[in-house]
Ligand binder design. Structure first.
Ligand code: HEC
Length: 94
């Protein structure tokens, strides 16, 4: 029973970032912050967005993308990359 509850929560958590996909065209389809929390703490601790500048985050995302592909993780889609970089630039070091 407990396992079922855990599984259901996992499914809900995993599908949550996609729930806004069909929202209005100008609203971000995927929440960058949720993506960041879901995808960027899998191999190390979640980095602090304010530790790098926007331009540096852009490079880091591409490096991490390669690292994910390297270990056969589902890579970020172009949309997800855009949302992540948008979120990180909003909170980046000036
Ligand atoms: C496939 C595993 C993996 C995932 C997923 C991953 N990283 Fe990393 N990341 C690494 C490794 C390996 C390093 C280098 C060693 C370390 O610092 O732990 C690293 C290091 C970093 C660093 C330190 C700078 C550097 O290059 O050493 C930052 C910042 C970072 N990651 C950000 C992110 C962000 C943002 C995401 C989400 C898009 C992410 N990581 C997702 C594997 C991963």
């Amino acid at each position: 029973m407990r396992i079922v509850v855990v599984l259901i929560s996992a499914v809900l958590l995993l599908s949550a970032p996609l729930s806004g996909t069909y929202a209005a065209q100008d609203a971000p389809a995927i929440d960058g912050e949720m993506l960041f929390q879901a995808r960027c703490a899998l191999c190390h601790q979640l980095p602090e967005p304010a530790m790098l500048k926007a331009r540096q985050w852009q490079l880091i995302i591409n490096t991490m993308q390669k690292r994910m592909q390297h270990v056969n993780m589902v890579p970020l889609t172009e949309d997800e990359k855009t949302q992540l970089i948008y979120y990180l630039s909003q909170h980046a070091r000036q």
